[in-house]
Design a protein around this ligand. Sequence first.
Ligand SMILES: Nc1ncnc2c1ncn2[C@@H]1O[C@H](COP(=O)(O)OP(=O)(O)OP(=O)(O)O)[C@@H](O)[C@H]1O
Ligand SMILES: [Mg+2]
Length: 501
Amino acid sequence: MGIDRGSPDPMEFQRKMAEWLRDVISPKPGVVGEDAGEDKPEDKPSSKVRFDLKPEELEAYLDEYVVKQDRAKAVLATKICTHFHRIKMELESPQDPIPGEVKPNILMIGPTGVGKTYIVKLIARKLGVPFVKGDATKFSETGYVGGDVEDLVRDLVREAGGDIELAQYGIIYVDEIDKIASSGTTIGPDVSRTGVQRNLLKLMEETEVDLRVPHDIISQIEAMMQFQRTGRIERKKINTRHILFVMSGAFYGLEEIVRRRLNQQAIGFGVERSLRGKSRMEVLQYVQPEDLIEYGFESEFVGRLPVVVVLDELTVEDLYEILKNPKSSVVQSKKRDFKAYGIDLEFTDVALRRIAERAHRRGTGARALVSVCEEVLLPFEKKLPSTSVRRLTVTEEMTEDPEGELERLLREAPVREFEEEFRKEHGIRLRFSEEALRWIEEESTRRETKPEELCRELLKDYGYGLKLVNAEEFEVTEEVLEDPKGYLDRLIKSFYAKASS
Ligand SMILES: Nc1ncnc2c1ncn2[C@@H]1O[C@H](COP(=O)(O)OP(=O)(O)OP(=O)(O)O)[C@@H](O)[C@H]1O
Ligand SMILES: [Mg+2]
């Protein structure tokens, strides 16, 4: 198939393309085409969705993973389960929708890293519905408002593996929604901000989104292929009626609006309601739709977000809890990283506390846990794979001075190896004291031998000797190393002297 490069002719190109497509597409004998799938015993896509989950089951599932945020967990679990039960009822016995019925789209207010996205993702996973996340600021920045928000819906179909019916029950999460509030002026970015709000509004209510868009080459080729096969152009569409929208943002400045309104009301009713000393998040608990409108949202937009939840800030204790949780992805993923090099990773309790404290100071919620862990572990992750160290316990000292502790660990590694070897051979745990470690280090340098060989040499009689005195554990001190033979003799003598007295 060659196109005459001298005189490119669109008609010729189209003819060749059509020929080629026919070759590619024409069903081979014996192979059933996609379109003949009527009698395939295929699962209804909606059967993958757990429509029948109960609020408390979902809440219990969230409790396994998410620390704190009890109110958010309860409200979201309840409203989302009800949403799916409503769909289920409608599928079973189609009824006319109640006019003006609003689906429980959700607004989540809370600072960074406290679990907003995490909770919704977990819910989608438990329900078996596709989840996509977008960023509200992306829509206004690209300039062509309109097409973009619909991309979220198309992404949902992609996330559902092309299963349009399943995508219809998906969840769309839009972050940084507070950034598309208008600031009250009518020029500049505000026009596009309210534009984005209106476009989202359309999706949040009910609209049909075309799955084929001009700028998506693949979907265009698909359309052409289908045309060749069937002679029809089918417009693939998805209805957004059941798609649930979750909007989230930090909403800085909103608490001032809430405070002002509450104070005015307090004056109006002649009641004293003290908001002084209340934290930002505590004040935000009182947020009302009118506050969101004053913040810069269209009233229709606010009207489509009937569920508002305010999340808690996470304390040091909460961060510590997150690390301690056996389902903590932070700790588990670090363990896995080290395991990939054959190294067992453990954390002491105090080390976890230090990590939580340090992360808390960064003010990015649980997000900082990952970065603090990475900082502490990086030198080890780099160095240990090329050593014989096979076990690492993260200690408090390591969190404070990772490089220094790594150096120490490497210095001590030969002795630790000897301890391990001795335990395997004799079943007795040796423990070298700090001074003993230093002594071995200096002495092996002086004698120009390896530390582990020096240990083997000096303590060669100890396997037998310590068994004579029924020792299960033994501390190797400087005194032992300076005169191993004499020390062991005295030990054995005094053991038998005691035994016979
Ligand atoms: N309350 C929590 N309990 C357990 N883990 C949490 C909690 N909050 C956050 N995490 C952990 O931190 C990660 C980041 O949290 P998440 O993505 O939910 O933040 P966010 O609240 O959506 O913040 P942002 O506004 O920055 O997107 C999660 O993947 C999870 O591992
Ligand atoms: Mg998030």
